[in-house]
Design a protein around this ligand. Sequence first.
Ligand SMILES: NC(=O)c1ccc[n+]([C@@H]2O[C@H](COP(=O)([O-])OP(=O)(O)OC[C@H]3O[C@@H](n4cnc5c(N)ncnc54)[C@H](OP(=O)(O)O)[C@@H]3O)[C@@H](O)[C@H]2O)c1
Length: 276
Amino acid sequence: MSSGERRPRSPIGSRSTDVRCRTVKLRRLLPEPGEVTAEEATTGMRLGDLAPPDRPYLVLNMVATLDGRITIDGRSGPIGDDADRELFFGLRTQTDAVMVGAGTIRTERYGRIVRKPERRDKRVAEGLEPDPLAVIVSARLRLPNDLPLLQDEHSTVAVLTASGEELPDCAAQIHYLRGPADIYLELRPLLERLRTEFGVRSILCEGGPSLNESLIRERLVDELFLSVAPKLAGGPPLTILTGDPLPEPLMAELVWLLEHDGHLFGRYRLQDPLQS
Ligand SMILES: NC(=O)c1ccc[n+]([C@@H]2O[C@H](COP(=O)([O-])OP(=O)(O)OC[C@H]3O[C@@H](n4cnc5c(N)ncnc54)[C@H](OP(=O)(O)O)[C@@H]3O)[C@@H](O)[C@H]2O)c1
């Protein structure tokens, strides 16, 4: 995800297929068979309306290969297709904030989250701010100063960190939400602060697997959007979750299943995240 963009590698997140692929049509396999564009699938989702009173509603978006790998040559770019990319950008028009872990932002070189004016217009039509709040989770605050997102004057970034330090010379507006000094932050209180102090009712999290694991373990993930590409990658077993096994498997309900060129796009609602 350069410009935090899943997924192809291109300068500061530019994506040559970006506009052309907006006409991509997908086959809807579930709930009822039909045809839908990625644009239609990611319009009017009103995810903020689903938020519980004390924290934002959080959806996670990931892409994987058939053998469960989430990178090819260290990046997510080569995994997905045009439909995946269009859904990826479409989801960015649907939430107040876009969250990412430091490992992913370091690897994928995020820039301004919503670069295209027409997508910012769409956000406004959806009742959202033109630019989402970018949320970076980094215990150690080791972020490259030349990261395009940090040097983008249009961007507002909330950094969830255990560090007491500040980033040098950023063009973006930076806010720090600090937790106790540790390599592992408890995220629930910080997400609650995003809700109360920043008015964030919905978050799209774009990974990576360490951040996903923290969020899942704290039962903060309401939905998972998972694209499965029809390819095998092999290599290091980096999957959508790292870390120790969960105390017990977390069940998910399939909300929709879309298909394009053999790529499958599932939307899952996770079991009882609001009850914990
Ligand atoms: N296929 C996909 O959809 C997809 C999506 C995203 C990423 N990826 C891939 O995943 C790889 C990166 O994996 P990763 O596990 O390093 O990524 P990550 O989860 O983005 O980053 C891990 C880092 O995030 C911070 N962090 C996460 N949870 C934390 C917590 N609870 N408390 C404090 N800090 C926390 C820490 O930052 P500090 O180190 O700064 O303390 C940690 O080292 C890349 O190769 C990327 O391409 C793939």
